[in-house]
Design a protein around this ligand. Sequence first.
Ligand SMILES: O=c1nc[nH]c2c1ncn2[C@H]1C[C@H](O)[C@@H](COP(=O)(O)OP(=O)(O)OP(=O)(O)O)O1
Ligand SMILES: [Mg+2]
Length: 204
Amino acid sequence: MKEVIIATKNAGKAREFQALLEKKGVKVKTLLDFPDCPDVEETGSTFAENARLKAETIASYFQRTVIADDSGLSIDALDGRPGVYSARYAGEEKDDQANIAKVLKEMEGIPFAKRTARFHCALAVAVPNERTVVVEGTCAGYITDAPRGENGFGYDPIFYVPQKEKTMAELPKEEKNKISHRADALTKLEKQWEKIMNGESKNI
Ligand SMILES: O=c1nc[nH]c2c1ncn2[C@H]1C[C@H](O)[C@@H](COP(=O)(O)OP(=O)(O)OP(=O)(O)O)O1
Ligand SMILES: [Mg+2]
């Protein structure tokens, strides 16, 4: 079975990539499998820049094809925040509960119609000595006034998906994986997929 490294230490993302890529017959390794792998500082000002930074640094470390995901939540009433700072919105410790609490506090008193938001996902595919490919996906919804649901990770409990009438965390994972920003971004790699994976097979 072909294998690809996803440059993430986020267990929620890792689970989603495993499910999304299993369908393509691809086995996923993440940085959780390589505890000695260096941390990459996310110094970019866009999701695309950060995804590229993570993918290129880790591809050069392993000398293999690597895909990185930089993602986050952008809320219109908060001028796009938390945006690229989504993971550390409430502090360096990357605490999902604290991040949710901070967003809900900032959104207090804002009526439902003005609670529009969007998840973003930039995926960068880095191959050593080749030009990195970056694609982006989105998923539109609304911020609830309280968390609901146990599935998913991150901001899923406060992200309401209107066409499903549920929060992302209330959806079964198969449903999330059909509509998510991550699935949307992966679709945009469809055409390059065979090439990416065939290149990779030479390196294994
Ligand atoms: O589907 C999602 N459902 C809910 N929340 C999500 C989702 N996708 C990203 N998010 C949130 C989680 C985290 O607060 C931030 C990602 O930050 P981001 O830097 O890309 O990831 P990270 O630091 O957790 O792990 P890593 O850089 O090792 O991939 O956006
Ligand atoms: Mg990160």
